[in-house]
Design a protein around this ligand. Structure first.
Ligand code: ADP
Length: 637
């Protein structure tokens, strides 16, 4: 959009320049026209002069009518040229130069009705005078006419001189011809003679030295010299002598006039060709200017379009780069960026990218625990740099604290494990003998039929069993920890093992209904006792955490080369956020669990270890409040 403004300006200025140029050409063209028409008026004056003489001769002698007609044709053709001219100064010129009466005058001459020879002379002389006044206004001097202005003026003055000389000589001719009122005629023409002389003075003052020189030379020529000196003589004495008769005078003065006309024509031709030359050159330069302006406008349009497209591309590239940065991207590339505002914008974007890269790298290193990396904030306002430095410090302190805590924790864990290992070991022997004695006492009570004792001893036995199982779990965990757990792998029927364990547990939990679902017998290679321990752990948990529901389903299926066993209860269920953690060592779900349900949080940990040692896996599906299904999978070998 902005690109259009300079183009509009250029077009606007081009129009102004072109208009100025056109005005100049028009002005010169008008001068050409004016000079042409001025020459035509000169011609008309000359033709009317001749027509006046021929008409006069015709009225007097009734002779040479052909000459009159011929001259009239010439006059008319010049009038029609002038009437067709576009020159404003000549509009309707016939109406104020007596020429509107030309036709009437001519018919009077032809019929010799009303007009006397004198009246005819007067009519033509009036018309010539009036026409002469139109022509006598010289064009103003200006820069275009300057090169030939002197010749233009000289030509104009010569024209006046010729007109006046023409009238003077005709009057003299008339006087010589009629030989009537001769002195009066001279007297009447004296004024014209004086005016003629002032024009000559003006010519000598205004014409170029070359024209003056030529004029002076011509004046010395026989023809002009005779004419002028005769006129001078007549007007000095105001009397006619016998030097010439009418016809002789006509011949002499025609030759004299011809000299002046010749010089005038030469001047006019030179002026005409010069101004036409200037006009031609100006016109050509106007066309050239137009062409040049068009080329310039096209060039500027092209240039502006190219620049706008180029800048658009650059800005688009910068926009994409900025968008990438805003999305957190790094490693930008901005090629071929120019200087100036766009260049510095590109540099700033690249600098931001570089800083981001440095900060990213620093944050990475810090994240990996390399606190030696240096981050130099770019200034007081570089909050990011300052924050990363602070973060580095905090992390360093935190890591140091964490290491310390970890060390302490590890030491505590080690002590705990050591304690459990020793304690379980120490407890195992007395509990084993307790169990043996209880069994002995039970056998005695059964034999003696002492039912009271028997019941008490049976409860004792159950508690001893629980204690044994806790101690076993602790011992197993300790062995797992130290890698001392030995697996006794052999082939066995999985279903058989499962039914054995179900049967055993069903006896101790008559309030639950343990259901086994199994299609076929599946043989696997594993440590029978340890796998039994897993099934037993899952069943005991199901009973423990589903006290309100009755059914517990054990299902055994095979999939390809795998065995899958699941234990499903419809009890408490487990929250999804706890599900991952229940396989951790000593992990028990806090809250109600801890006090309501006895346990150490080792059963699932040991089960997972055992299953994974057999290249299997263990997992669960559970919904809080609805129950759980624990699965384990073992390879079928
Ligand atoms: P313990 O039963 O001795 O606490 P376990 O390792 O066997 O330890 O189980 C860990 C925890 O998992 C239990 O404390 C209990 O909260 C949860 N849990 C295990 N089995 C079930 C189950 N069938 N239903 C609900 N919760 C269970």
């Amino acid at each position: 959009m902005i690109g259009i403004i300079p183009i509009l300006f250029l077009i606007y200025f081009s129009i102004i320049i072109f208009k100025e140029k056109s005005k100049r050409v028009k002005l010169i063209g008008d001068y050409v026209e004016q000079i042409d028409q001025s020459a035509n008026i000169g011609e008309l004056i000359s033709s009317l002069g001749t027509e006046r003489r021929f008409s006069y001769q015709y009225i007097i002698k009734k002779d040479d009518y052909d000459k009159v007609l011929n001259q009239r044709l010439k006059t008319d053709s010049i009038i029609s040229v002038l009437q067709n001219s576009h020159e404003l100064a000549l509009a309707n010129f016939t109406q104020y130069t007596f020429l509107d009466k030309l036709a009437e005058t001519r018919s009077q001459i032809d019929t010799s009705k009303k007009y006397t020879s004198k009246e005819v002379i007067q009519y033509y002389t009036d018309a010539i005078f009036r026409l002469n006044t139109i022509n006598s206004s010289s064009p103003p001097s200006n820069i275009f006419l300057e090169p030939f202005y002197q010749d233009l003026i000289a030509q104009n003055i010569l024209s006046e001189m010729i007109t006046f000389l023409g009238i003077i000589r005709t009057n003299i001719y008339n006087a010589l011809y009629t030989r009537e009122y001769m002195e009066e005629t001279l007297f009447g023409t004296l004024g014209l003679y004086k005016v003629y002389n002032t024009y000559e003075t003006e010519f000598l003052l205004k014409a170029s030295p070359a024209s003056v020189k030529l004029y002076n030379n011509e004046k010395k020529s026989e023809a002009l010299k005779s004419t002028i000196s005769y006129i001078d003589h007549l007007f000095t004495t105001l009397k006619f002598d016998s030097s010439y008769n009418a016809d002789q005078w006509l011949q002499v003065s025609t030759e004299g006039m011809y000299i002046l006309k010749k010089q005038k024509l030469a001047l006019w031709k030179s002026v005409d060709s010069k101004i036409k030359n200037i006009y031609y050159k100006e016109n050509k330069s106007k066309n050239k200017t137009l062409l040049l302006l068009l080329i310039t406008i096209l060039f500027v349009i092209g240039l502006v379009a190219y620049l706008v497209a180029h800048i658009k591309n650059l800005l688009r590239e910068l926009k994409l780069a900025a968008r990438k940065i805003s999305k957190g991207d790094t490693g930008l590339k901005l090629n071929d960026m120019p200087g100036g505002v766009i260049g510095s914008l590109a540099k700033s974007i690249l600098q931001i990218d570089k800083n981001n890269l440095l900060l990213e790298e620093a944050a990475n290193q810090i994240g990996k625990g390399n606190f030696n990396v240096t981050v130099k904030p770019r200034g007081e306002q570089d909050l990011l740099g300052i924050s990363i430095n602070k973060m580095k410090q905090n992390l360093r302190e935190f890591t140091a604290q964490k290491d310390e805590i970890q060390k302490e924790t590890e030491a505590l864990v080690y002590k705990r494990d050591e304690f459990f290992s020793i304690a379980s070991h120490e407890l195992k022997t007395p509990v084993t003998s307790l169990k043996a004695y209880t069994q002995l006492l039970l056998m005695e009570a059964s034999a003696s039929g002492d039912n009271n004792h028997k019941k008490m001893l049976e409860k004792m036995d159950i508690q001893i069993n629980k204690l044994t199982s806790l101690i076993t779990d602790l011992l197993d965990t300790s062995k797992l920890q130290n890698g001392q757990l030995v697996y006794n792998v052999r082939s066995f029927e999985f279903n058989e093992l499962a039914s054995e364990i179900i049967e055993e547990i069903q006896l101790t939990s008559p309030e639950h209904n343990l259901i086994l679902k199994a299609n076929a017998n599946i043989k696997i290679n594993a440590d029978r006792e340890r796998i039994g321990q897993v099934i037993s752990n899952l069943l005991i948990n199901a009973i423990k955490y589903a006290s309100n529901s009755k059914n517990i389903i054990v299902e055994i299926t095979q999939q390809n080369d795998k065995l899958i066993c699941s234990v499903q209860d419809f009890g408490n269920g487990i929250l999804s956020e706890e599900q991952d953690r229940i396989f951790d060592r000593f992990y028990r779900i806090s809250g109600k669990n801890l006090n309501t349900y006895p346990g150490l949080g080792l059963g699932l940990f040991i089960s997972k270890e055992i299953i994974e040692k057999h290249q299997g896996k263990i997992w669960l599906q559970s919904e809080y409040g609805k129950g759980s299904i624990f699965y384990f999978e073992l390879p079928k070998k």
